[in-house]
Design a protein around this ligand. Structure first.
Ligand code: URA
Length: 211
């Protein structure tokens, strides 16, 4: 199966990403931008949602009008903790989406993803999952999250991030060629600590001001 990566190159997304990359962007501003960009990215990722035609009445005439199919409610799964920042924006666009959480931390020397939390809505096997994490760096967390979610058997999965490294995309698609990736940009490479270069630093620290 061909690996699929979609770059969301909308000018608003690109502009906001540049502001987020800048080292002197404050925590408050970074948080606000991640939320805004989360909404814009979700808008692009959900382009293929099916519509149903329902009879409605405008003030002037009846018509058949398109509406989102209610049974297509998505489950957004946030990889904690930085996924929360994207999730907040996504929920502005889809307030009735179900939400799951996966807690993973990167073991500092090996960069292996260790799970410490896992909570999903009960009917995930009848739903489409959007997994969100701002940074696809080594790909270890994303692969571990999707491995775990496949055990539950959702109807489909997509992976959404803000920034990806070529190494992470390669690793992810070797393990999960059936899961398309959506990202705002693909950067150059990883450094020795597994950070994306030029990147934006540690997304969790920048989101929560923990550094
Ligand atoms: N996680 C981050 O928050 N930033 C990176 O650059 C890589 C992983």
């Amino acid at each position: 199966m061909a690996a699929e990566v979609t770059i969301i190159d909308h000018p608003f997304v690109q502009h906001k990403l540049t502001l987020m990359r800048q080292a002197d962007t404050s925590t408050a501003k970074f948080r606000q931008l991640l939320k805004e960009v989360g909404m814009l990215l979700a808008y692009e990722v959900t382009r293929d949602l099916p519509l149903k035609y329902e009879p409605i009445k405008t003030p002037l005439a009846p018509m058949m009008a398109p509406m989102l199919a209610p049974e297509k409610k998505m489950v957004v799964v946030s990889i904690m903790r930085a996924g929360q920042g994207l999730l907040d924006g996504i929920l502005e666009l889809m307030p009735s989406a179900r939400v799951g959480h996966i807690g993973l931390y990167r073991e500092p020397t090996t960069h292996v993803a260790i799970e410490y939390y896992f909570k999903l809505p009960h009917d995930v096997e009848q739903r489409d999952i959007l997994v969100v994490d701002p940074m696809l760096a080594t790909g270890n967390s994303a692969v571990a999250a999707v491995d775990r979610l496949k055990e539950v058997g959702p109807m489909s999965m997509k992976f959404l991030c803000l920034l990806a490294a070529p190494e992470g995309i390669k690793h992810f698609h070797e393990q999960h060629p059936d899961v398309p990736i959506y990202t705002a940009a693909i950067d150059e490479c990883l450094d020795e600590q597994g950070y994306i270069l030029p990147g934006l630093g540690d997304a969790g620290d920048r989101l929560y001001g923990t550094k």
